[in-house]
Design a protein around this ligand. Sequence first.
Ligand SMILES: NC(=O)c1ccc[n+]([C@@H]2O[C@H](COP(=O)([O-])OP(=O)(O)OC[C@H]3O[C@@H](n4cnc5c(N)ncnc54)[C@H](OP(=O)(O)O)[C@@H]3O)[C@@H](O)[C@H]2O)c1
Length: 305
Amino acid sequence: MTPWSDGGERVAVLGIGSVGTLLTYFLNKVGIEPVLIHRSTEFTFPVLKDLQSGEATIVRGRPARLNELADRSLEVVFLATKAYDAPPAAYGILRKLRREGVVVATQNGLGTFETVKSFVGGGRALALVLNCGVHRAEPGKAVFVGCSESFLGPSTVDKADEVAEILSFMPLNVVAEIDQFRWLKLGVNAAINPVTSLLRARNGVVLTNPSAHYLALKAVKECEAVGKAVGIVFPRDPVGELWRVASATKDNYSSMLQDILRGRRTEVDFINGAVVSRGVLVGVDVAVNRSLWHLVKELEGFHYD
Ligand SMILES: NC(=O)c1ccc[n+]([C@@H]2O[C@H](COP(=O)([O-])OP(=O)(O)OC[C@H]3O[C@@H](n4cnc5c(N)ncnc54)[C@H](OP(=O)(O)O)[C@@H]3O)[C@@H](O)[C@H]2O)c1
């Protein structure tokens, strides 16, 4: 029997946006109808449209606001907010977590997993490096483009294998060292996201436009240098990974560009900003990441007024 499939009341997804909807869809496929922790006044069950099959599915679960949940009732919480919303949300779920409960951080970039670890302890914090494409087409509707291999870890966390089992409908590897995969994705995001946002172009622009290509290459190389300086052993060549991802997603719009176009805050502080703050600490030149970070903040600034 799949772990926690006895109704799903001990499994929760916090943040029912694109990723929250996709994770709920995968959990539904193994018979789990999780607690759907939301913050809206009226909850509508979201629809997931799978672009590959063409099917649209209403996901199933038990909607609840955080304060409606009993203390110490949850064993697994998937934290699926944006990175900037994650610290208060993670703090809020502390009381709702059983002593042996784990939190799974799904955020791109650096910072959220570290915050979650500091709240619940390293033995109860998992990071999911989610290599899936899903975006909100309209409120309550997520469009799922597809997944390549994702990574969950560290495997030393007691429940890592059980969490992987309930996500068996996505290609997922449990790994001992998750930080190297987080940094590998950080390099790709630090290159593609700001450059496509500044040029308002699809991901493929970093392959076809010489200036975009140059900037993306500089950004990923800085990230690689910072990562190595802080002790990260990259599982693959970050530059090769950048061109591979850019090619596989060449027709997509990056999440950062989508946020800019919708007038929403981006996660640039946790991506290029994170490369810069760590680079400064270890004395690595991060001029390109700093410039990209500041320029995207300028783009965001238009929407703060
Ligand atoms: N989308 C992808 O393809 C993808 C892939 C890999 C990783 N990720 C990472 O996954 C994370 C989530 O991305 P996303 O695209 O799913 O974002 P999203 O669509 O904006 O969804 C975030 C959801 O979190 C909710 N939320 C925020 N604070 C909350 C709180 N305190 N309590 C309850 N709900 C709360 C938001 O509610 P409101 O609607 O009220 O704001 C929203 O529904 C990001 O950090 C991203 O880097 C995304």
